[in-house]
Design a binder for this molecule. Structure first.
Ligand code: UD2
Length: 350
């Protein structure tokens, strides 16, 4: 019997070659995977760096050294309202800020502000007043880009815009349920921000059935910005119309919550608003899969989000009043206000 017969040698050599090939393949695959991992890590790190850099730039408040404005005081000011939240975020009321100073600070930063507004179905009728009054009051003198989302692009009125201001119309599908229209806004906002992250510094998301009546400007800028709802700012929080079913992802329990915020106006930096829109959208969709719709659709999810992720700036109800609501003594100015509307006549469903 030969010690190494010819067939045995061939089989051994072949096996060794296959083994070598498999090992080579495994190593190179892993190297490629490691390369990819390094690429992803590098891009995450660089985007985190640029985020930190951006945050630092925006929170560095440089003012021109030749600016004249009213002397500030830390002992005299508004005493009829609270202008600081318990987590020390400013609550913006008329008389708590110096517009001239803030505008000068943000002019030096050359900021770009964007805004979204949805006008689906008959709600296009509100666009003209919304856009025209925005020209008069919303970030006047700054670079502003309005994004109108509609299923009727031909109905978008042509409004004369000042230099540095522009409008883009984006098509969205129609819907036979107003709840769906209102709620899907988060999805479109998320997508818009993903496309435009590099182009703007701040974004505000506003209801179209509203008009501007007074200044809405740089005092409203912040990381995450929420507006206190005009109908509930003196209400006991246990009576807020939060989503109260624990099965919903918008749930807020008894004794929980801070304020009741509007779904009709919110904003902040693009990164913060992206996080908010993405979270609210995914929670809304996960609820829908379980046949749940929160009491006030995306407004309920927004309230849950703002409770967990505290807004860094809170805007008083001056920033979203309602035309049918009588002015109260603490409201020195109405900046933006919902118009009276006949729901049955303009919504696709009741
Ligand atoms: C409140 C909120 C709104 C939203 C809603 C709950 C305020 C002032 N308003 O308003 O933001 O959270 O409750 O879902 O906080 N839309 C259309 N076509 C339609 C229906 C709605 O384009 O057929 C858009 C439009 O931009 C409108 C917005 O969705 O401004 C909200 O709808 P709404 O104004 O009818 O809801 P409302 O008044 O109950």
């Amino acid at each position: 019997m030969a010690l190494f017969p010819g067939r045995t040698v061939t089989v051994t050599l072949l096996s060794a070659m296959i083994l070598l090939l498999l090992t080579y393949n495994y190593i190179t695959q892993n190297c490629r995977f490691d390369d990819k991992l390094t690429d992803i890590q590098t891009s995450v790190e660089s985007s985190e760096q640029s985020y930190k850099q951006m945050k630092n730039e925006l929170s560095h408040l440089e003012s021109p050294d030749d600016l004249q404005y009213k002397q500030p005081s830390i002992t005299k000011g508004r005493t009829d309202v609270v202008s600081l939240s318990p987590w020390l975020a400013p609550v913006v009321w008329e008389g708590t800020f110096e517009p001239l100073l803030l505008d000068s600070v943000f002019k030096l930063q050359n900021i770009s502000v964007s805004a979204t507004v949805f006008a689906v179905g008959k709600y296009t009728m509100f666009l003209k007043d919304f856009l025209e009054t925005a020209e008069q009051h919303f970030f006047v003198g700054f670079s502003v880009h309005m994004y109108v989302f509609t299923d009727r692009p031909e109905d978008v009125p042509s409004v004369k815009m000042a230099p540095g201001r522009q409008l883009t119309v984006r098509a969205v599908p129609s819907s036979d349920r107003w709840q769906q229209i209102s709620a899907r806004r988060m999805e479109f906002i998320q997508t818009l921000v993903e496309e435009k992250l590099q182009e703007h510094d701040f974004i505000f998301c506003l209801d179209v059935d509203s008009k501007f009546h007074g200044r809405w400007g740089t005092e409203s800028l912040g990381g995450l910005v929420a507006v206190v709802h005009p109908w509930f700012y003196t209400t006991d929080r246990n009576k807020f119309p939060y989503e109260r079913r624990p099965e919903s992802r918008a749930y807020i329990g008894p004794g929980e919550g801070d304020f009741y915020y509007c779904g009709g106006a919110f904003g902040g930096t693009l990164r913060e608003v992206h996080r908010l829109a993405k979270t609210c959208r995914s929670n809304f969709e996960a609820d829908a899969e379980e046949k749940l719709e929160a009491a006030w659709q995306e407004e309920s999810h927004l309230n849950r989000y703002m409770w967990v992720n505290k807004p860094s700036k809170v805007l008083s109800p001056e920033y979203l009043w309602h035309d049918i609501k009588e002015k109260t003594p603490e409201i020195h100015i109405v900046r933006f206000s919902g118009v009276a509307k006949n729901y049955a006549a303009i919504r696709p469903n009741v």
